[in-house]
Design a protein around this ligand. Structure first.
Ligand SMILES: Nc1ncnc2c1ncn2[C@@H]1O[C@H](COP(=O)(O)OP(=O)(O)OP(=O)(O)O)[C@@H](O)[C@H]1O
Ligand SMILES: [Mg+2]
Length: 294
């Protein structure tokens, strides 16, 4: 069981007071707020920002998931963190430096897989690996690429082009490519959305193992509540912007839920753990009744 205070944490208060029960890395103050997002807002229409005043931090080695309905701005935030889009106002810092553009320090898995259609699986992954380590020889690049392609179960398709792959296979190439460059931070936009349940489970396990081994810091968008509970140390619940009788209310981080379950949890054990159903109900309840202001 967990205390109520873990469950309702206004984003602005997140700074230092949060108990990070599930995140061993955060015991070290140097690991805190590796990624720092300050008062971010994005407006395509000035009077109706998609979201406003979004502030949160991610510690080194922490796994943070974002859950929210379609259109609340999850991908927009991820793109700003990736340096691919700019916010209307606010700032983002990684490792003390402001993010001003894309970098190989951040590995991104896009909601659409974003592969180069004219290149094979091998060459799509190799392109990223060669950019990351330009002085590597061909044999070293190949060995590295083959390891990550095998990790996502695609060795048999390594010399195929994206047009010859299913949606889930293409998504797995995107995952291999992001992991293969050993980034300081992984930004994952619904990376398992197009996968069948079995593959999804296998890759979730791989992701967990890699993240634990490498103390990888991860920001991941998912629509799957159980996936968030399995993987995340903290779950950000995002609300949609809505018209209310009092006027338009922009979307934002409505709640930050600290995952109280032991970090060694597995898919098979999840629903047997104390606190699992309470946690799950709280997230589902948010999505059903509180994700839109009214
Ligand atoms: N280039 C753009 N011009 C205008 N509006 C945009 C643009 N890109 C995104 N939007 C709007 O911003 C909002 C947030 O989009 P975003 O893609 O971030 O949502 P999301 O939370 O990732 O949704 P989903 O779960 O469907 O992927 C949506 O209402 C979308 O229509
Ligand atoms: Mg999206």
């Amino acid at each position: 069981m967990w205390s109520e205070s873990h469950l309702h944490e206004p984003a602005a208060l997140r700074a230092v007071a949060t108990p990070h029960a599930a995140t061993p890395a955060t015991k070290d103050p140097a690991m805190r707020d590796f990624l720092k997002i300050e008062r971010l807002s994005k407006a395509y229409t000035p009077s109706k920002p998609v979201f406003a005043d979004v502030s949160f931090g991610i510690d080194k080695g922490e796994f943070v998931c974002v859950i929210g309905h379609s259109g609340c701005g999850k991908t927009t935030i991820l793109n700003v963190l990736a340096g691919l889009d700019s916010a209307t106002s606010g700032n983002v810092f990684m490792d003390g430096r402001e993010i001003g553009g894309p970098s190989l320090e951040r590995g991104v898995v896009f909601q659409g897989h974003a592969l180069m259609p004219w290149l094979t699986v091998r060459k799509n992954v190799a392109f990223a690996v060669e950019s990351r380590w330009p002085d590597w020889g061909q044999a070293q690049v190949n060995e590295h690429v083959e390891k990550y392609v095998a990790m996502v179960g695609l060795s048999h398709a390594i010399d195929k082009k994206p047009s010859q792959l299913s949606g889930g296979m293409k998504q797995r190439v995107g995952i291999a490519r992001a992991f293969a460059i050993a980034p300081k931070m992984l930004l994952l936009d619904e990376p398992f959305g197009a996968l069948d349940a079995l593959t999804r489970g296998t890759i979730q396990d791989e992701l967990m193992a890699i993240v634990r081994q490498t103390q990888q810091t991860v920001f991941m968008i998912t629509h799957d509540v159980d996936e968030a509970i399995l993987l995340a140390d903290r779950i950000l619940l995002m609300s949609n912007g809505s018209d209310t009788p009092q006027g338009y209310v922009p979307g934002g981080i409505a709640e930050v839920v600290v995952n109280p379950l032991p970090r060694e949890r597995t898919r098979a054990s999840l629903h047997h753990l104390d606190g699992y159903y309470e946690l799950r109900n709280r997230i589902v309840d948010f999505l059903v009744t509180r994700a839109h202001a009214h």
